[in-house]
Structures are given as C-alpha cells and as structure tokens.
Write a protein that binds this ligand. Sequence first.
Ligand code: ADP
Length: 322
Amino acid sequence: MIEAIELTKTYNGFSAVNRVSFEVAEGETLGLIGTSGCGKSTTLKMLNRLIEPTAGRVFIGGEDTRKSQPEKLRRSIGYAIQETGLFPHYTVAENVAVVPRLLKWPDKRIARRTEELLELVGLSPEEFTRRYPHELSGGQQQRVGLARALAADPPIVLLDEPFGALDRITRRQIQQEFKQLESLLRKTVVLVTHDIFEAVTLCDRICVMDRGIVQQIGTPKTLVFQPDNDFVRDFFQADRFQLELYVTQLQDVMPWVSAQESSSEAAKRYTEEEHLLTVLEDMEESSLKSSRVQIVDRQNQPILTTHCQDLLTAFYRFKESF
Ligand code: ADP
C-alpha cells in the first residue's frame, strides 16, 4: 500500500533522514519510533509531500507520489498531529468537515458524516458540533483532530504524536479506544510516537530510527526479544520486564505450560490473545488465592486451565526460545 524507498532529506549537508525504506501493507499499522530529532516527523511528512524528499521515492497503491498533485495527494490521506492544527475560528463540525468540503460533498452527507465521526471518537454531536476549539480540553481537541483526519474515509492515515499532548491516563484510554476504532476501520496507518507502550499497543510493526537511519523494523515481539543491535536493545531497556510481559500473549507461552489442571472451577477466563501482563496484573489484584487461569479460544472454547505461577515459568521458557 505504502512503499518508501531510500527516502532521504538533507538540510545544508545534514541528513535529517538517510535512506529510509519500508513497506506498509494494506490495513497495517506501522510505528516510527526513536529519540527526539531522529527524523520521524520528516519521514512521515515526505509520505504526503508536506516535505519534498531530497532523494528517494514513495509509492502509494503502486503510484509514484511525485506524479500526483501534492494538494490532491494530501486530500486523499488523513493526517493528524499533536498540535491538532484545528482552525480556531471554525466550530468542531466545520473543522471535521474541511476535507469533505474541499471534495465538494453535498451538505447533507457532510452533516451525517460529521455526526458519525464525532460519535466514533466519543464526543456527543449534540454537545460538541457547535463548540470552538478553545472550548475543548486537550484530549477533546485531539479527538476532533482524529475525526478530521478520518473525515473523508481515507484508506491511509498518517498520525504524528496524535495523543502526545495528553496526560498518561487519558492517553492510555484514548489509545485503547483508538485501537478498537482503527481495527474497525481497517486503515493503513503510519504512526509517529516516542512512547514505546503506545507503539507496542497500536502497531503491527515498528520501525526504530536513530539519527535519520533505520535501526530495525519488526513486530513488537521481535524488537523486544530479538534486537538487531545495541541501540534497539537499549531503546527498549527501560521497563523491559513489563514490556516483555506486555508483548507476550497467552498463545505464545501455551506450548510451555506443562502443569495443566483438569478442573476449571474458580479459574479466571482469558482468550489466547490476552497479554500476559494483563493476566498477571489481574491476579495481583484479585482475591482469588488459587490464581488459576483458564485459556479459551476466540469461540470461547476452553483450551487449558493452569496456575498463574506456571504461566510465568512458561514465559521464561518462551523467552529462552528466541
Ligand atoms: P523527530 O520527529 O524524530 O523528532 P524531525 O523529523 O522533526 O525529528 O527532525 C529530524 C532532524 O532534522 C532534527 O535534527 C531537526 O532539527 C532537523 N530538521 C527538521 N526540519 C528542519 C529544517 N526545516 N531545517 C533544518 N533542520 C531541520
């Protein structure tokens, strides 16, 4: 869907982005992550030609973006940024409708779509359509920014720290909501973030950058358990144990669960996709002394029942398998 080939941006001899290549498949979410100033935003902006590359190419749906008119290209790609970029003199509804208006949609269709989107991002249309950005909290503004990026139902959405201005708790909440929203919409997404937990929560694959250069591209699991170099290893070093448990799903450790229990009585039930961290955190809080866990498949059919402690042992063996 998106193919970046050797993208390069040089400012007065300084390489902000240096031969960055990646592909994003249809429906996939790719994260661009790295320390501040490593070239994430510049890379993202070269995808929709907000910045023209010094060298390299971008193909979208097989088409070289150099052949499209930049304005037309940008209208076909959703774009949301941390600062939201909402127009202060436009109401919420007018802000959401910017691209549909440019595309000359009929008024009725625009009104319907605006209402639908506000509901989707958790803002009640009755309450919010006529408000101005300064009458919204930071979180609400970011939700409007997201609604605007999705307004014309673009197949591709570029997000630059879209939850960056939020406090940690609100950010985690909106990330969870967005995860559901995004899978619902099956968009192809490129997400710039410096928040590792955001990246591993929302992205199918993550591209780690340093000083304009790609260090590694892989799934969250690959990056955490099989870093290609010291930079990537160190990047994921803070909160490593928590991160390891977070990227590990029950289905990953199942082959190493030896002690299975026959009775599922008083066991807490989880699907095989659940993150190990969630299970262990629940167990810590729960008054269930036995801490027994029943793992079920997507159809809710039991697969096995085990003890929480055995899950942890299985996790260490899973880790060793890399
Ligand atoms: P990130 O998004 O990873 O924080 P950026 O892509 O914004 O980083 O910037 C990458 C590097 O390029 C930084 O060192 C930044 O200072 C530099 N840079 C960005 N834009 C310009 C510009 N217009 N002129 C000169 N240097 C720039």
